[in-house]
Design a protein around this ligand. Structure first.
Ligand code: HEC
Ligand code: HEC
Ligand code: HEC
Ligand code: HEC
Ligand code: HEC
Ligand code: HEC
Length: 301
């Protein structure tokens, strides 16, 4: 079932400029549970951690819902009524990166993950040890195309990114980890040809993070070659940036009813947000104009 296809017309005009982020939360029983990868709750603040004064703790000094969320009575609200885009959704927000919120309590120095994607030095050289964080042995970028099943990665590509990124780094990352049907596979091959890129599936034929993203910065692999061709209109330091889209509220209102109906049909709940991508990096094709999405999806025009 594809939300975009089933209601292509109203969505499509916006889709080519803007992205749809879709998040599915499986419902369990009557009472809504926290999402599977949610932060621990009702824990004491350990010695050495300082929680900002504006982050209220419970009477017994524990981290509770209101410590992190500035949304009144969030524990009572059904998830689809929680406005994730409210500035105070993460207390003290909005934050440009989720990690900036984490560092309000966790020590940034101790907590910062290395940006493993910054592989090249100023001369364009690299340290093979950095490659071997993911590869068993640093592959030679000059070699002809290496097939996915020939690459010896330390973890299956489907798991490679999880130590450092959330399973849902953005909202539809997880529900894309499926096997495309025959028709879509053909479209993918055509898009690879047309754009001179690779959109690799894992050895089991599934979409993974690296189908859409390249883990390497531009220049590790010759940008003239399909595996090296990528979008990079910003540097890694700055990362992908967004601008809030003024139509966001309208868009969600418009979709609310249809989403509620869908939730009933499939027993899954959806939340949509609408953001405009400004800068892109580590993507194989641009998403802000819809090119990436159209490599797999066919939208009615
Ligand atoms: C230590 C901070 C912290 C505490 C305490 C906390 N949360 Fe969260 N919560 C988060 C973060 C961070 C996210 C967003 C995760 C993401 O975007 O991947 C989140 C997301 C959510 C969401 C949105 C889920 C979704 O995916 O739409 C809800 C609802 C929520 N929290 C409810 C609660 C409730 C209810 C409590 C108390 C029982 C609570 N949270 C306690 C940090 C916290
Ligand atoms: C309001 C303060 C606060 C914020 C904000 C916060 N944390 Fe925590 N976090 C805690 C406390 C307190 C603990 C429990 C004590 C500990 O294990 O250090 C904890 C524990 C953790 C743990 C260990 C959990 C476990 O199961 O042992 C992880 C991982 C973590 N936080 C990640 C994050 C991430 C990622 C963010 C940002 C999305 C975040 N935290 C934001 C206070 C916070
Ligand atoms: C964060 C993990 C990660 C790091 C670090 C990494 N790679 Fe990769 N690499 C991958 C994954 C995943 C693939 C398979 C997907 C692809 O082809 O892009 C891959 C594929 C490749 C390929 C094959 C491309 C093709 O399809 O022909 C080459 C060559 C390569 N990497 C070279 C390097 C070099 C050189 C470095 C160090 C400068 C490096 N990689 C660092 C994850 C990584
Ligand atoms: C279907 C294509 C696709 C898949 C699969 C995908 N991504 Fe993304 N990713 C995107 C696009 C497009 C963006 C930029 C816009 C957005 O957030 O939707 C992005 C953005 C990101 C960002 C930056 C988010 C931010 O807010 O700064 C990270 C990190 C990321 N992806 C990691 C991952 C990881 C890890 C996986 C696998 C679990 C993954 N992506 C799977 C297309 C994809
Ligand atoms: C060793 C940790 C590590 C691993 C492994 C890793 N990343 Fe990252 N990645 C980072 C850090 C750190 C950043 C910088 C932004 C941040 O702090 O979230 C980043 C940034 C990104 C971004 C750009 C987002 C932005 O806005 O800067 C994308 C896309 C991304 N990673 C995708 C992937 C994919 C796909 C994989 C798996 C092949 C992967 N990463 C594996 C640490 C890692
Ligand atoms: C590599 C192929 C591929 C790319 C690229 C891709 N998708 Fe998908 N998408 C899929 C597959 C496979 C599914 C699941 C089957 C279906 O619904 O057709 C899916 C499902 C979806 C769904 C429905 C999710 C659900 O749970 O029903 C949405 C919405 C979506 N994609 C939007 C996008 C957007 C927006 C982009 C561009 C940022 C994009 N897709 C890029 C392959 C892709």
């Amino acid at each position: 079932m594809s939300i975009v296809r089933s209601n292509a017309k109203p969505v499509v005009a916006g889709l080519l400029m803007v992205l749809v982020n879709l998040f599915a939360i499986a419902e369990e029983g009557e009472r809504e549970k926290l999402p599977p990868l949610h932060h621990v709750v009702d824990v004491a603040v350990p010695d050495g951690m300082s929680v900002p004064e504006a982050f209220p703790l419970s009477a017994d000094g524990h981290i509770v819902c209101k410590t992190c969320h500035g949304i009144e009575g969030i524990e009572e609200l059904p998830f689809d009524e929680v406005d994730r885009d409210a500035p105070e959704f993460h207390r003290g927000g909005p934050y440009r990166r989720l990690t900036d919120f984490c560092y309000r309590c966790h020590d940034e120095q101790a907590y910062r993950r290395p940006n493993i994607h910054e592989l090249l030095d100023e001369q364009g050289g690299y340290d093979e040890k950095a490659c071997e964080y993911c590869h068993r042995k640093a592959p030679d970028p000059k070699q002809e195309r290496i097939r996915p099943d020939e690459l010896e990665l330390r973890l299956p590509s489907r798991k490679l990114c999880y130590g450092c990124h959330l399973k849902t780094p953005h909202l539809n990352a997880l529900n894309h980890q499926v096997e495309p049907d025959e028709e879509m596979r053909k479209r993918i091959e055509q898009a690879e040809q047309a754009h001179g890129v690779i959109l690799p599936l894992d050895p089991d034929g599934r979409i993974t993070c690296v189908t859409c993203h390249t883990p390497h910065p531009r220049g590790v692999i010759d940008p003239e070659r399909p595996a090296g061709k990528q979008v990079a209109d910003t540097d890694l330091e700055e990362g992908i940036t967004y601008r809030e889209h003024p139509w966001d509220a309208v868009f969600r209102e418009d979709k609310r009813e249809r989403l509620a109906r869908m939730a009933e049909e499939v027993g899954t709940r959806y939340t949509l947000t609408y953001r405009r991508l400004v800068k892109e990096v580590l993507l194989r094709l641009p998403a802000k104009d819809g090119t990436l999405c159209l490599a797999c999806h066919e939208f009615e025009r």
